[in-house]
Design a protein. Structure first.
Length: 366
């Protein structure tokens, strides 16, 4: 079977979407004849889009001009006869713009719907741009033969907000975008030190302040453990923090030495904390499970498809404070749940949150 893997950019050369499109491409190539189809914008398209941005003082970044040119740019590829299936990963703009009739299978993959993103990830979007994006989403969902969503959260929105039949939607959680170097070992704490890990690049959205405050609160209590928080993805700020708060900066997975360093932090941590304010899926949850780290996070977006509350970690209500996070971690340790939660997390990775399982389930729709 030949699959046309449709994207805007060369995904083999970029680390976009946490490297997920790259992993999807590699996974599919293990079993199928996959060809990446890069839909590049024409010069005319770029010029017209630039004129609109200039005329609107950069307020409107997408318009009906884009719909027109997107259709022209992609149409010639969709009419080719040498593809058995077209795969659109996170490409509603392309699929939603096309006006084509094909008997070939069309698979659309996404981690959210546009209605979910509005006022969750995206704010102050111009009305016309919002309307166009929603049209892209609705048309993509309706044109697709099969829809793959990365969480039940996204699936629920497709059904309730866009009237899509449940029968054409498959929920396939993403896998970990790291090499599996897991070594089974006891999660007994070393010298009464608890090593917390946070991986993220957006200070505010990832809730770094809450994680820091949580660590400070834990260390202020009369507990038999000392707590250390390592933050990967954010450079050390000018403000000085306690020595137990460590900033590592961004580590690139496509650079072997930096990937090795990132893996080392996962291997040598005890708990994963991510008080993220908004999250569609979160590849880092898969990575934490890969290395047997119980996760403490907010129950928001699609997180519950990756972290099982009271089994592989804890999911807290959106209004929970740093104290609530600290109390949960204290409870987990005092009840001696670290080892069992760690085993559960690794098992969830082996059963669900890996790309081999993703491919196995994908095969059932072909």
């Amino acid at each position: 079977m030949k699959i046309g893997f449709i994207t805007r950019k060369d995904i083999t050369r970029e680390n976009a979407w946490s490297g997920t499109t790259n992993f999807l491409y590699k996974v599919l190539k293990e079993k199928y004849d996959v060809e990446q189809i890069i839909i590049k914008k024409t010069v005319t398209h770029k010029v017209m889009a630039s004129i609109i941005r200039i005329l609107t003082w950069n307020r409107i970044k997408k318009s009906y001009v884009d719909v027109f040119f997107n259709n022209l740019e992609i149409k010639k590829y969709l009419q080719k006869k040498d593809y058995d299936l077209f795969f659109f990963p996170a490409a509603s703009e392309l699929l939603g713009s096309t006006q084509f009739n094909t008997k070939k299978k069309v698979v659309y993959l996404s981690d959210a719907t546009y209605k979910l993103l509005t006022n969750y990830y995206l704010f102050n979007v111009p009305k016309i741009e919002k309307k166009i994006e929603d049209i892209y989403e609705e048309k993509s969902l309706k044109k697709a033969s099969t829809i793959i969503h990365a969480s039940t959260w996204a699936k629920k929105s497709a059904i309730e907000d866009y009237g899509i039949s449940e029968k054409k939607i498959m929920v396939l959680p993403f896998g970990a975008n790291l090499s599996d170097k897991f070594a089974k070992k006891s999660k007994a704490l070393i010298r009464h030190k608890v090593r917390l890990l946070l991986v993220g690049v957006d200070w505010k959205r990832k809730g770094v302040d809450i994680a820091i405050k949580c660590t400070e609160l834990l260390n202020s209590k009369n507990l038999p453990w000392k707590f250390e928080l390592t933050i990967v993805g954010i450079d050390k700020p000018l403000k000085k923090y306690d020595k137990n708060i460590k900033f590592i900066g961004k580590l690139r997975k496509d650079v072997k030495s930096e990937e090795k360093e990132l893996i080392n932090y996962y291997q040598n941590s005890d708990l994963f904390i991510l008080p993220t304010q908004a999250e569609c899926a979160g590849i880092v949850f898969c990575e934490a499970s890969m290395y047997g780290l119980p996760t403490i996070a907010y129950n928001t977006g699609g997180v519950s498809s990756y972290v099982q509350n009271n089994v592989t970690g804890y999911l807290l209500k959106k209004d929970s404070s740093a104290k609530d996070f600290a109390d949960k971690i204290q409870f987990l340790l005092q009840k001696n749940l670290l080892q069992s939660f760690s085993m559960n997390a690794r098992q969830k990775y082996e059963n669900e949150l890996n790309w081999d399982t993703w491919l196995k389930n994908f095969n059932t729709i072909i």
